[in-house]
Design a protein around this ligand. Structure first.
Ligand SMILES: *Cc1c(COP(=O)(O)O)cnc(C)c1O
Length: 401
């Protein structure tokens, strides 16, 4: 029997871990085991007529790596298989993915609604840039879906959310917000970085587009910037493809290669990091120097029931508030021997950050309070170290706090 008749010949019938090892792979004439890198900007044509046919679309093939590239396509195919999306486009960074996805859905005169607890750059795009280009934005508290209903207007074309949110790990009910967006003729774009494609599938819950910073868990080893936009073919291959082709937020083939090799180990890493995070959440929850923790799969999370319904795992991040405000938070972070002070996340190395003085420094005290960013709040991204060592590191550091 030819392997083409084997049901598993179709990648979509395979389990996620298998898709992530093989998806999108097309071997060259050399029969290499690992994916090759096509680290070239342009492509040549056999004849002038061939060039003409490539440009008018009558003959398939690559033209220029700003538009498409074989290594970037392998990454896109693999990411789309994991997400269960019809199509994907890689971008130079997570912010390039967010900006491209947002720009593809709005034009001057439109209105957009976003949950106000957003990654810094995303909030900047929604709050500062869209209004400059004639798109009004309303920011709402995303924890209650009713707030989205109240914010919708006849010209609302876009709803943008992130869940769990940065840095407080609040949740947005994706199914409810997708229904509200669609009832008003708007599209829902979800930044799924904090949940990861392993624990949350926004497209299955009704989202129209999903965006990632591939810099975070996808690379997960602190090397490459990248982003990806996923969704229905007509959205991805329409305006999103054209914006990337004509304005150039394109993914480098080298970064695509690093990221597609990283996808092979993504579920293994995310599961191990999540197991570590769950253990640390229990540790912090009963520590006398911790005032509050936010972890979606911990029973103390106010949206715990939604977390269990919407997510397959509790995230690799924990928000914790140390008693004693900024001074105590700084003393604790400075006493950690393994966990590094940095603003990245989703990395093999555990990382802690103090949002009020770093990523969210520019916000007024009122805006910080609105987003739940107190002086004692720390955001911990749990890495791949042995959880026993991480607990010992925090035991020492909390004594110092
Ligand atoms: C990091 C991040 C981004 C931006 O990604 P870059 O790759 O740094 O451009 C967007 N959204 C969220 C939630 C992030 O964590």
């Amino acid at each position: 029997m030819p392997k083409e008749k084997n049901p598993l010949y179709d990648h979509r019938r395979r389990k996620a871990q298998t898709m992530l090892v093989h998806g999108g792979m097309e071997r060259s004439q050399y029969g290499e085991t690992s994916e090759a890198i096509f680290f070239n900007s342009g492509f040549v044509y056999p004849t002038s007529e061939g060039a003409e046919a490539r440009f008018d679309g009558t003959e398939p093939g690559h033209i220029y790596s700003r538009f498409s590239n074989p290594t970037v396509e392998t990454f896109q195919t693999r990411a789309a298989l994991l997400e269960g999306a019809e199509a994907a486009r890689g971008t130079a960074s997570g912010m390039a993915a967010v900006t491209t996805a947002v720009l593809s859905q709005v034009r001057a005169g439109d209105h957009a609604v976003a949950a106000r607890a957003l990654f810094g750059g995303c909030r900047y795009v929604m709050e500062d840039y869209l209004p400059r280009w004639g798109v009004e934005t309303t920011l709402v508290d995303g924890r209650d879906p009713e707030n989205f209903t109240r914010a919708m207007r006849p010209n609302t074309k876009l709803v943008f959310v992130e869940t769990p949110t940065n840095p407080t790990l609040d949740l947005v009910d994706l199914r409810a917000v997708a229904d509200i967006a669609h009832a008003h003729g708007a599209v829902l774009v979800v930044d799924n970085v904090f949940a990861t494609p392993i624990w949350q599938k926004p497209l299955e819950l009704g989202a129209d587009l999903v965006v990632y910073s591939a810099t975070k868990h996808m690379d997960g080893q602190g090397r490459a910037l990248g982003g990806v936009i996923l969704g229905r073919r007509e959205l991805i291959e329409g305006d999103i493809h054209t914006i990337i082709r004509q304005t150039g937020p394109s993914m480098s083939p080298f970064n695509a290669w690093v990221l597609l090799k990283s996808l092979e180990t993504l579920p293994l890493r995310v599961k191990a990091m999540t197991d570590g995070a769950a253990r640390l959440a229990d540790f912090f929850a009963s520590h006398p120097k911790i005032e509050h923790i936010s972890y979606p799969f911990h029973p103390s999370h106010p949206q715990h029931e939604l977390a269990r319904r919407q997510m397959g795992g509790g995230s690799t991040l924990i928000a914790l508030t140390v008693k004693g405000g900024k001074e105590a938070a700084f003393r604790m972070a400075d006493a950690l021997a393994i966990v590094a002070i940095s603003n990245n996340l989703g990395d093999a190395k555990s990382i802690i950050s103090h949002p009020a003085t770093t990523t969210h420094q520019r916000f007024s005290d009122d805006a910080k309070a609105e987003m739940g960013i107190s002086a004692g709040l720390l955001r911990l991204s749990v890495g791949l170290e042995d959880p026993d060592d991480l607990i010992a590191d925090f035991t020492y550091a909390l004594d110092e706090a």
